[in-house]
Design a protein around this ligand. Structure first.
Ligand SMILES: C[S@@+](CC[C@H](N)C(=O)[O-])C[C@H]1O[C@@H](n2cnc3c(N)ncnc32)[C@H](O)[C@@H]1O
Length: 226
């Protein structure tokens, strides 16, 4: 099992100022709702205290979609992965304020989390909204969705589970389609309404620049009957 950062990271830790409120929330609430990076997958029923299906969100930013969808779907558990500390602080404060018992977070690189902690066929859905676009060609290697990404995340999906992505970068959308359309086990579908995400901060930035929003929703086929 690989523990080290032997891959090109898809993020840089930004030195964004953390508000006092975010810092206080992070320090007080991460020990409550945060999950530690483990070498083995956690037992979800112990993490959440129930057997409900799990949805993972990669790079939840300020947590707008994570919180809104978790509120709307209390019959699902949500596991959010993010490295940006102010976003974790804000999200943790919201989890507490709204008393959401179905959300847990981890401050780690999603690549490591998937390699080490997400067991095969253990999650119902994976959300990845507005991944860092790395628009310059020389930075494309930092993009999260590239060859190798399906092998990282797809095994985690239960049969019939879904992968839901959004981006406002045309060429990244084309790259995502090229990588995921090539997967025989995945089929692109319309977004399933219950999981639909709210508008996020990064989406608003894209819209302000007249970017088109691409929604990409894939189902992992059920082997026997699809
Ligand atoms: C462009 S922002 C989008 C945030 C949010 N999904 C939204 O729509 O507003 C991308 C986020 O992904 C996070 N991120 C990028 N690569 C990551 C990784 N490998 N593991 C965890 N988070 C990552 C970044 O820290 C950043 O907050």
């Amino acid at each position: 099992m690989k523990h080290a950062h032997d891959h090109i990271r898809s993020y840089v830790i930004r030195q964004t100022r953390m508000s006092k409120h975010q810092r206080e929330a992070f320090e007080r609430l991460y020990p409550v709702y945060g999950v530690a990076l483990c070498a083995r997958p956690p037992i979800w029923s112990q993490v959440f205290g129930n057997d409900n299906p799990v949805i993972v969100e990669i790079g939840f930013g300020m947590g707008e979609a994570l919180i809104e969808v978790a509120r709307r779907l209390p019959e699902f558990n949500f596991f959010g992965i993010e490295v940006h500390k102010p976003g974790l602080g804000k999200t943790l404060a919201q989890i507490e304020q709204l008393q959401l018992s179905n959300v847990r977070v981890i401050r780690e690189d999603a690549v490591l989390v998937f390699r080490q902690m997400i067991a095969p066929e253990s999650v119902s859905g994976i959300h990845l909204f507005f991944p860092d676009p790395w628009p310059k060609k020389r930075h494309h290697k930092r993009r999260l969705i590239k060859p190798g990404f399906p092998e990282l995340v797809m095994p985690a999906l239960l049969e019939g589970g879904y992968l839901y992505l959004a981006t406002d970068w045309d060429d990244y959308a084309a790259q995502i389609r090229e990588v995921l359309d090539a997967q025989p086990e995945l089929r692109r579908r319309e977004v399933d309404a219950p999981y639909a995400r709210p508008e996020t901060a990064f989406e608003r930035k894209g819209l302000a620049q007249n970017h088109q929003i691409h929604e990409l929703f894939y189902r992992r086929l059920r082997r026997a009957c699809d």
